[in-house]
Design a protein around this ligand. Structure first.
Ligand code: DCP
Ligand code: MG
Length: 404
């Protein structure tokens, strides 16, 4: 079936929101992420900062080396989330199905509303106009016959761009001499494998299909299809239960060995996971613990459980997993649930269930809050809403680390 798909992607999203709200930041190299004296990476940066070669995921120290005069700011996720919800409202008006890829990015299926490319162009124009007028932000929009082509089109003229790729031929004409990395989903590792085999351009992938499939298996098959512009995927409207997992993690400014502290942090992370799970009415049938040690070695441990959405359950399972892990300085710790479902599976009989007051763990929860109040002198229970916020959680954890 013929599709008309729009891909919208905000320009330098976090940075643009901050610049909108604080005019003194405009026109300057603005870097959102960790502070230069902290550990961490760049989340994003303004286009002015990109001139210095700074980009998302770059180590913050490297960014600072390139641009010591830049303005560095922590992200303010709650604000971006609120803006994202306003964006969804605009996007949903013009499409039958919207698939949110990130806070600032979505695929819109406009096949019905637009009827043809002229209609889609008009919808794109209205979306760009409204985003600017109502939210004071600029975006780049691509209109195309497939998801991959739409995503490629939105990147083509960034920032404040607009581009169309009406059919497979237009896609192939545009891409044929480009590096394989320009094919969406080809990451650094995949590209290295292709380069090592002498395959550099999209043309090479087209001409050496068997070789690509031999090298990359299933992904290779998908890639050869893409090289010919074939992508029949549909826009999948976002449903929270389609999320694969819910997790929260934290990087310490200095490595931590104190086990009591690490378990307390797991408790806070579990509270955050519970908060999100309850918001979407989701239960996990597995709990995960994630750790990065000081030497950057990463491990994930997981365990299947009866349906679980309460902080105390997540915490207890995560602690059990933690007990089995080698004792070494830890840089990052995370907890989460996976195998999500909207159904609560009751494995206990009804009588058991009535007697089982431990499921929500009210008393254990209270006990843990009390212990932590004694240890750190903080009223966690009274400030839960703040703890759920990434920046407060981060600050709280640092405070706990320094006072442990
Ligand atoms: N983000 C992040 N870490 C990354 C990549 C992105 O935290 N490694 C965040 C910050 C971005 C937002 O997600 O503002 C959107 O990501 P994009 O890749 O769309 O980047 P931008 O919108 O910032 O810039 P662009 O204009 O290139 O789209
Ligand atoms: Mg963006």
């Amino acid at each position: 079936m013929k599709q008309i798909i729009i891909h919208v992607d905000m320009d330098a999203f976090y940075a643009s929101v901050e610049m909108r709200d604080n005019p003194s930041l405009r026109g300057k190299p603005l870097i959102i992420g960790s502070m230069p004296n902290e550990r961490g990476v760049v989340a994003t940066c303004s286009y002015e900062a990109r001139k210095y070669g700074i980009h998302s995921a770059m180590n913050i120290k490297e960014a600072y080396r390139r641009c010591p005069n830049g303005i560095y700011m922590h992200p303010n996720f709650d604000k971006y989330k609120a803006v994202s919800e306003q964006l969804h409202e605009i996007w949903n008006t013009y499409s039958e199905a919207s698939e949110y890829v990130a806070l600032d990015e979505a695929y819109l299926d406009v096949t019905k509303q637009a009827e043809n490319f002229d209609g889609a162009r008009e919808i794109a124009r209205i979306i760009k106009r409204r985003t600017l007028d109502e939210l004071g932000l600029s975006c780049s929009v691509g209109v195309a016959y497939s998801k991959t082509a739409a995503k490629t089109a939105s990147e083509e003229k960034k920032p404040n761009g607009y581009f169309e790729i009406p059919d497979k031929k237009a896609f192939v004409d545009l891409m044929i001499d480009r590096d394989v990395r320009s094919l969406y989903t080809v990451g650094v590792k995949t590209a290295e494998k292709l380069y090592a085999a002498g395959l550099h351009t999209v043309r090479d992938v087209q001409e050496k299909q068997d070789e690509v499939i031999r090298l990359l298996g299933k992904q290779g098959h998908w890639l050869t299809q893409l090289a010919f512009g074939i992508d029949n995927r549909k826009v999948e409207p976002y449903l929270p239960q389609n999320a694969k997992s819910i997790s929260r993690e934290l990087t310490f400014q200095e490595d931590v060995t104190n086990e009591v502290l690490l378990k307390d942090i797991l408790f806070l992370l579990s509270l955050c996971v519970e908060n999100r799970a309850k918001r979407y009415g989701l239960y996990g049938k597995g709990v995960t613990l994630k750790i990065t040690f000081s030497d950057m070695k990463r491990i994930t441990r997981s365990k299947l459980v009866v349906s679980c959405d309460s902080a105390i359950e997540i915490y207890k399972e995560a602690v059990q997993l933690f007990e089995l892990v080698e004792k070494r300085p830890i840089r990052l710790i995370g907890a989460g649930i996976y195998n999500l479902s909207t159904e609560y599976e009751k494995q206990l009989s009804f009588d058991d269930y009535l007697q089982d007051t431990s499921r929500t763990g009210e008393s254990e929860l209270k006990e843990q809050f009390d212990k932590m109040q004694c240890r750190y002198g903080l009223d966690f229970e009274g400030h839960l809403e703040q703890i759920y916020r990434w920046d407060t959680l981060h600050k709280t954890a640092e405070y706990m680390r320094k006072h442990s």
